[in-house]
Design a protein around this ligand. Structure first.
Ligand SMILES: Cc1cc2nc3c(=O)[nH]c(=O)nc-3n(C[C@H](O)[C@H](O)[C@H](O)COP(=O)(O)OP(=O)(O)OC[C@H]3O[C@@H](n4cnc5c(N)ncnc54)[C@H](O)[C@@H]3O)c2cc1C
Length: 460
């Protein structure tokens, strides 16, 4: 019977769901799957993006872990595609590769002043509070007034984390340095800006409602933002989600101030124009907008400024190019037709597939990566005639290759050790988990039990 030796690059939800779907799919061949991940731990943005105070969503890790625990997938963590393993290597050892490398960077906000001190991308801040090993351990939180630009759930995560009392995050898995940083934060006012109106926000109701439930935080909305046009009224009447969002927002219009020590202001109809300051951020300038009657907005010419000392740009994520793989730099994705990667001439690149955020762009929830993976896997299966013919398909050849290059990879047993270690650190402090942050420490804990002077663990 033929065997499909498949490499998947990226152990976020998209990569893991793809492996799971392939293993369960009806097919006429055997499969052997190796999952390569540049971080020492799996789960992508579920571990390093989803907010720590969302334990229910973080719990999706348990379902992903069950897939890995079937023992039918080998995990190679701490292995960067493009440096530790190349396309030529993959062609030598596998029949095909699926790229599931997601998106980690901030999309650009094309206004002046984004280079000033105190102007941050949301992705950097998220990576800090979620303990990503490749980001600085310290975060400057000495500013009193801050702006968050964006009207999606990431903007809400950022605003909530900035406004929430640090002690209310202590039961979560935030690393110790993050708790201490947030505890020292001087923030008093968080201003969230959206270009459009309350009926066009991209929040989800649960996340919006949470803002109003924070201890010692007053949520402030402005009556002038609620003069709705016919298109907004129609959206509220016909779309249940918008109806609920609107109800939540309206309930805050009549709320009395409690004199809380922090305030979270929501501003709508505000188009970003410029971040002002000499060296560091001093203010945010925006133009009031109004509905254009077709679901969009136009500027009114009314310019406003608000004093802030920091600006967080939460206007979306963006994918990164992968060495030797076609890239659409306009949309930040690997160009593809239903997961089959295509080149500049629209021709299929044989043996190369994509799934998840790098396939369709950084929008959508974790669950969406499952339907993505179904489509990609269907094409991998149907494409058998176009698979590569590897010279060295033997499973042991890959571990030998990585060892010969001195790559200190982690594996599934290693992840189990790290997981247990983090849970034990948490238990000792009466917390869910305490994340290990430095990469070397993650690798050391993962590989410790069987580590030898010769290098990393051999089992997997
Ligand atoms: C801040 C934030 C909060 C979110 N909150 C929620 C939420 O509450 N609920 C929800 O449903 N969704 C949420 N999402 C969306 C969710 O995280 C995504 O839908 C999902 O993670 C996308 O999965 P993915 O596997 O495509 O990408 P990712 O999760 O990004 O995984 C990609 C993986 O590939 C690895 N990788 C990248 N390049 C390489 C390389 N060259 N070599 C090896 N490995 C590589 C990365 O390290 C990463 O582990 C959130 C997203 C963000 C940004």
């Amino acid at each position: 019977m033929t065997k499909l030796r498949l490499a998947i690059v990226g152990a976020g939800p998209a990569g893991i769901y793809a492996a799971d779907i392939l293993l369960k799919a009806e097919r006429k061949f055997e499969v052997s799957i190796d999952l390569f991940e540049q971080l020492p731990a799996p789960y992508g943005l579920v571990r390093y993006g989803v907010a720590p105070d969302h334990p229910r969503i973080k719990g999706i890790i348990n379902a992903l872990r069950e897939v890995l625990d079937t023992g039918r997938i080998r995990l190679f963590g701490n292995v960067l595609y493009g440096r530790d393993i190349t396309l030529a290597d993959l062609k030598k050892h596998y029949n095909a590769v699926i790229f599931a490398t997601g998106a980690v960077r901030d999309a650009a906000l094309p206004i002046p002043g984004t280079e000033l001190d105190g102007s941050y991308g949301a992705a950097e801040f998220v990576s800090w509070y979620d303990g990503h090993p490749d980001f600085p351990r310290e975060w400057p939180l000495e500013h009193r007034e801050v702006a968050v630009i964006g009207n999606g759930n990431v903007a809400l995560d950022v605003a909530r984390t900035l406004a929430k009392p640090a002690d209310d995050l202590l039961s979560t898995e935030i690393p110790a340095n993050v708790y201490e940083g947030l505890k020292r934060s001087k923030v008093t006012d968080v201003h969230v800006f959206g270009r459009r109106g309350p009926a066009q926000v991209k929040f989800t109701p649960l996340e919006l409602r949470e803002l109003g439930e924070m201890r010692d935080v007053d949520v402030i909305v402005h009556d002038e933002d609620f003069e709705l046009d016919a298109a907004s009224i129609a959206a509220i009447e016909t779309n249940k989600q918008i109806f609920v969002l609107n109800k939540v927002l309206n309930s805050w219009r009549t709320r009395e101030s409690t004199g809380a020590s922090r305030r979270l202001h929501l501003h709508f109809w505000a188009k970003p124009l410029e971040i002002l300051g000499t060296d560091a951020v001093e203010a945010f300038r925006y133009e009031r907008t109004r509905p254009d009657g077709e679901g969009g907005v136009v500027g009114t010419g009314e310019i406003r400024e608000i004093p802030v000392q920091a600006v967080y740009r939460a206007v979306g994520y963006f994918g990164s190019p992968l060495p030797e793989i076609p890239f659409d730099s306009r949309h930040g994705v690997v160009p593809n037709r239903e997961g089959q990667v295509i080149d500049d001439n629209d021709e299929q690149v044989h043996g190369v597939y994509a799934t998840g955020w790098i396939k369709r762009g950084p929008v959508g929830l974790i669950g969406h990566t499952k339907s993505d993976a179904m489509e990609t896997i269907r094409n991998v299966i149907n494409d058998q005639a176009n698979w590569w013919s590897p010279a060295l398909p033997d499973e042991a050849a890959v571990t030998e290759l990585l060892r010969s290059r001195g790559v200190e990879y982690t594996d599934l047993n290693g992840w189990r050790h790290l997981d247990e270690h983090e849970l034990a650190l948490g238990e000792a402090e009466g917390r869910l988990r305490v994340k290990v942050v430095p990469r070397e420490e993650m690798v050391r804990v993962s590989n410790a039990p069987l580590a030898t002077a010769a290098g990393p663990r051999a089992d997997g």
